[in-house]
Ligand binder design. Sequence first.
Ligand code: FES
Length: 322
Amino acid sequence: MEGPATPDGMTPLRIAHVRDVAEGIRSFELVHPDGAQLPVFTPGSHIKIRVPNGAIRKYSLCNDPAERGRYVIAVKRDERGQGGSISLVDDARVGDTLLASVPENAFPFVETAPSYIFIAGGIGITPIMSMIASMGELPAAPWKLYYFTRSPETTAFLEELNAPELRGRVHVHHDHGDPAASFDLWPVLERSSGAHVYCCGPQGLMDAVRDMSGHWPHSNIHFESFADGSRPRPDDTPFVVQLAKSGRSLEVPVGKSILDVLRESGCDVASSCESGTCGSCRTGLLAGEADHRDMVLMPEEMESQIMVCVSRARSAELVLDL
Ligand code: FES
């Protein structure tokens, strides 16, 4: 971004507009304080923001990537989260500045696909909004959106998605909190059609899509998680990773990922999404039993590879090809 960067590479953006786009979901329009153009982003990108309570959180950009003057994010006030979204929704006002990173993309959009199937659950609609917005600038390709929420009141961007020009492309389904009323995606995914599938939403939705798309080419199915996949689970335990090439041995405590521990020890491993969906941190697994928590590895890869941003160990020790 133009202007003086802070030491951690983030620059201030001004909140130009705030809008409640559904019950408990607020969108923020961020602009350069001087009105300058912002760095280009691609569909599916996110930015990191330092929220008012000091935490740094990632938010998908949901406006048209062709717009150079603003970034739009939508934030769900998550009572069960770690406080970052509550801080942003409750404490950020029009005119305030927030530190933001340049856009990154861990959910890249293949612009040459013959057709697209978008599947969103809840606030997982945000990266998909930027993909849909970008469709106008690309060669025409058929697409459909399947968007699952609890009720009309909790459905972000319902007005935009009900626009007459999107009729026939957008299917919004509300389950009203009843799992028995959830939408059956099997007819959508039964036939592997050459389409590219983009899915973002709760883990249960992504697991269902992964299970139903096992017969599709792996490269046609794309996931992004809005949850922090490295958040501790109650049954997490510490374990040791042995680095085969350097001979080092590192303890991975509860509350830290293997990636965190590798970074702290100066071991450079590529990463992007840090939620187990992009595939950047794929690492060779030479011994030990992994507790795979990613959306990337195929069953036949699980014995020899691991995504170190989210996965842990079932055995006391893992040996990594590092
Ligand atoms: S950083 Fe994306 S899968 Fe690990």
